[in-house]
Design a protein around this ligand. Structure first.
Ligand code: SF4
Ligand code: SF4
Length: 382
């Protein structure tokens, strides 16, 4: 039986966060079995973009500080790494704005940009027979996922496993999105990555999560929790259930459990700390579930329905021209070349081609790529 700890933490005051993180680890039996002195411990933060911590898009640096201290106390070497979808030229800005650079340097951890890759045979997946995973991740002795508890407009929920998408460096991610456009295909891809990276532990920042149009365009929502587990499937099952999902509504959790990479059934997971029924949030605003509706149809029907549904329901990325700085990053990030510069140099989206991955909303450095809904989508609460 897997264990997931749930610990209350009502603010990002460093002392409180550190107490909560330590308690969350103690409740799952400590981490002496995971980390040995001299180990290189890769802390995979969620640095999806260059938002400041108060926007709740990224793991809060107080969580990072806490785990760096713990890793150092164990005589191991903490490394902090990620590869957001933003262009390489913006990565340093992301490290700075998210507060990760300051936290890592002040606590004595090295920051790593994932660039070099190792080719991994993935031929069991016919769509994506080779994975390119960051070398630094594969070279680490221990990997710890540090996700933020958020909704996700494509995968509905993003947690400990989805956080590993950042182990694929930079724009290589966009090619994968194009090869796995349906949520089920993308889930299989994520589980392929998960099985290769094989983190030993995840500590989730659920102090302030994100509801609505996550992972970057939603609203911060106070949840007041830190969660930890050595079973990332169980952690995601519990976290998604807290905000209102059945664990297997989340394709990634379902696919990972099906491959026996962890336990996703709630009744088989032991909660340590605060009981699950005391922390569930009834009115958490979930992500668009258009993908949830479409996931039940076969692939060939999906390819026909998707553009039509997107047109009828109009849950689409949309450029806010007042905020757009015409940098073109959304164009560069789009995996299916659905965006081009229009006559007035603002991006124009080809809605028939768009697969609604929302990579463009993630990478826009100015928050100018919004998610828009028409009246039907609003009425159906999609
Ligand atoms: S336009 Fe945006 S949401 Fe649509 S496919 Fe391109 S990146 Fe994805
Ligand atoms: S929408 Fe954002 S990413 Fe795209 S051109 Fe405008 S500012 Fe750049």
């Amino acid at each position: 039986m897997s264990k997931v700890s749930i610990v209350r933490c009502n603010s990002y005051e460093q002392k409180k966060v550190e107490e909560a993180v330590r308690k969350s680890l103690q409740l799952i039996g400590g981490i002496d079995d995971i980390i040995k002195p001299q180990d290189k411990v890769l802390l995979k933060v969620n640095m999806i973009n260059s938002d400041p911590p108060e926007k709740a898009s990224t793991t809060h640096p107080a969580i990072l500080r806490a785990i760096i201290r713990i890793v150092k106390e164990m005589g191991a070497k903490p490394l902090v790494g990620d590869a957001p979808g933003v262009a390489y030229r913006y990565i340093e800005r992301a490290w700075q704005k998210t507060g990760f650079r300051k936290a890592a340097e002040e606590e004595g951890a090295e920051v790593i940009n994932f660039k070099e890759v190792k080719e991994i045979d993935n031929s069991a997946n016919k769509r994506i027979p080779i994975l390119h995973i960051a070398k630094e991740v594969l070279d680490a002795d221990v990997v710890i996922s540090l996700p933020k508890l958020k909704t996700h407009s494509f995968t509905l929920f993003t947690g400990a496993i989805k956080n590993l998408y950042g182990t694929i460096p930079g724009f290589r991610k966009k090619g994968l999105h194009a090869l796995a456009p349906r949520p089920q295909d993308f889930a299989e891809l994520m589980v392929d990555i998960f099985s290769v990276v094989n983190p030993s532990l995840a500590i989730m920042d659920g102090v302030i999560g994100m509801e609505g149009d996550g992972p970057v365009s939603g609203s911060p929502r106070k949840i007041g929790l830190v969660l930890a587990s050595k079973d990332l499937v169980s952690l995601d099952a519990i976290a998604s259930n807290i905000i209102g999902y059945h664990p297997f509504e989340i394709e990634i959790t379902k696919a990972a459990a099906k491959r026996d990479l962890g336990i996703g059934e709630l009744e088989k997971i032991k909660i340590k700390g605060v009981p699950l029924n005391e922390v569930k949030i009834e009115d958490f605003k979930l992500a668009s579930n258009l993908n949830g509706l479409l996931k039940r149809v076969p692939p060939f029907v999906f390819s026909i329905l998707r553009p039509t549904a997107s047109l009828l329901l109009k849950v689409t990325p949309d450029v806010d021209e007042k905020s757009c700085k015409k940098c073109g990053d959304c164009i560069e990030a789009c995996p299916v070349k659905a965006i081009e510069m229009g006559n007035h140099s603002y991006p124009i989206i080809n809605r028939k081609r768009c697969i609604r991955c929302f990579c463009c909303t993630e990478v826009c450095p100015y928050g100018a790529m919004k998610i828009k809904r028409n009246w039907l989508a609003k009425k159906l609460k999609i």
